[in-house]
Design a protein around this ligand. Structure first.
Ligand SMILES: *Cc1c(COP(=O)(O)O)cnc(C)c1O
Length: 390
């Protein structure tokens, strides 16, 4: 089956008693067993039967199975959020004394997780320029557990070369982890580019219009030790996705392709039209042909560029004025909702960061991040145009 068909027609593990077309939501904590032997087999993973919903639930298993079929991955773990997927996976891979080679251009909470939280537990983050392969090589040593990259950074929109990074990481015996939230995993295969573990905030494209928070860890080639550790994380940290969320996100997966096609086409159209507005000093979108990362993004993601645009205005004050004048576009965080959203990252997502941290992370005071939705771009463009007029 092709991707669009698979997204809809994955089979359940066992036949539904009533032939339900949508995966039922198994709102149950525990499961009854026919006898003590089967019960023991289930608890010791000798048979694939759910035993307790902190670690296994049929609705969540179905969501994980769909993603496994869509990506060709070996294992998929669904967790309560993108951050839970990132944190649990890294704790499965790293130990006290190991280090992570990564970039300063990271999602705000990932950056804080690395530089603040993990530091307290003896896991070191080494920040370097992931677009400079020599710098990456120089940062790796015998204690490096993995190279960690975001495929398109946010809000800078820097694109990393996954193949080049995986070659360096594998040469030195470490794993490549990539946060691919910015482009749906149905559009490019991270595993084929050498990514060992793909991390996705399914809160974004997958959830189906910002319905629920969730995350997945998609394992292509981490090995059995990782999988064992990940099962330990699920048991002991308890961040497994809940059945209701898995149900909502399964619906989101079914129409992901339809929504993404429209959102990415809308984004391209809007990016081009925004360039005609004199109040905007710069339109940053990797889909634009003169963007420095355009060619790499085109090759790596099969000519698709996501639905986030960053624009530079004249000042922080102009950014606030612009946000306050918007009528249709929503002042909100989040990405890839059905609605178009606008945010000033420096004063919100990075609002509690010091001046030095903002400088290290290259977060501009003049940047507005737009997440483009499914509306008619005539209306969205008109709203942005009027909000930029003094
Ligand atoms: C939103 C986001 C996350 C965190 O995901 P949550 O589901 O909010 O925990 C991580 N990485 C990127 C790139 C994101 O956009």
């Amino acid at each position: 089956m092709k991707t669009k068909t698979k997204a809809i027609h994955s089979l359940y593990q066992s036949k539904d008693a009533y032939g339900a077309l949508a995966m039922p939501v198994y709102h149950t904590d525990a499961y009854e067993f026919e006898n003590a032997e089967i019960m023991s087999d289930a608890f010791c993973s000798r048979v694939p039967l759910p035993d307790y919903s902190r670690v296994t639930n049929p609705t969540v298993i179905y969501f994980e199975k769909k993603i496994r079929e869509l990506t060709g991955a070996r294992h998929v773990h669904a967790l309560t959020s993108g951050m839970a997927a990132i944190c649990n996976s890294l704790l499965a891979i790293c130990g006290s004394g190991s280090n992570i080679v990564t970039s300063n251009h990271l999602f705000g909470n990932t950056w804080l997780l690395f530089s603040k939280t993990f530091a307290r537990y003896g896991i070191e983050a080494r920040f370097c320029d992931l677009c400079d392969i020599e710098a990456v090589k120089a940062s790796i040593d015998g204690k490096t557990a993995c190279v960690y990259a975001e495929i398109i950074s946010n809000p800078l929109q820097e694109v990393v070369d996954l193949k080049a990074l995986s070659d360096v990481a594998h040469e030195r015996g470490c794993l490549l982890l990539a946060d691919t939230t910015m482009i749906p995993f149905t559009r490019f295969n991270a595993g084929q580019l050498g990514v060992d573990l793909e991390l996705v905030s399914t809160t974004k494209y997958v959830s189906g219009g910002a319905s629920t928070i969730g995350g997945v860890a998609i394992d292509y080639s981490c090995g059995n030790d990782y999988e064992e550790r990940m099962q330990e994380m699920m048991l002991n940290f308890g961040a497994y996705m809940t059945p209701h969320v898995a149900y909502m996100q399964t619906l989101g997966l079914e129409n992901l392709e339809a929504r993404y096609s429209l959102e990415s086409a809308n984004t391209m159209e809007l990016a081009e039209r925004l360039r005609t507005l004199p109040a905007i000093r710069e339109v940053n979108y990797t889909g634009l042909k003169d963007n420095p990362f355009h060619e790499l993004a085109c090759r790596q993601f099969n000519d698709t560029y996501g639905a986030m645009i960053c624009i530079e205005l004249e000042s922080r004050e102009k950014c606030f004025d612009f946000l306050n004048r918007l009528k249709l576009v929503k002042r909100a965080t989040n990405l890839f909702d059905n609605r178009t959203l606008a945010i000033h990252p420096a004063s919100t997502i990075f609002g509690n960061f010091s001046k030095q941290q903002l400088h290290d992370l290259d977060v501009s005071e003049n940047c507005i991040r737009l997440s483009v939705g499914l509306e008619d771009m005539d209306d969205v463009f008109e709203d942005i145009r009027q909000a930029l007029t003094d």
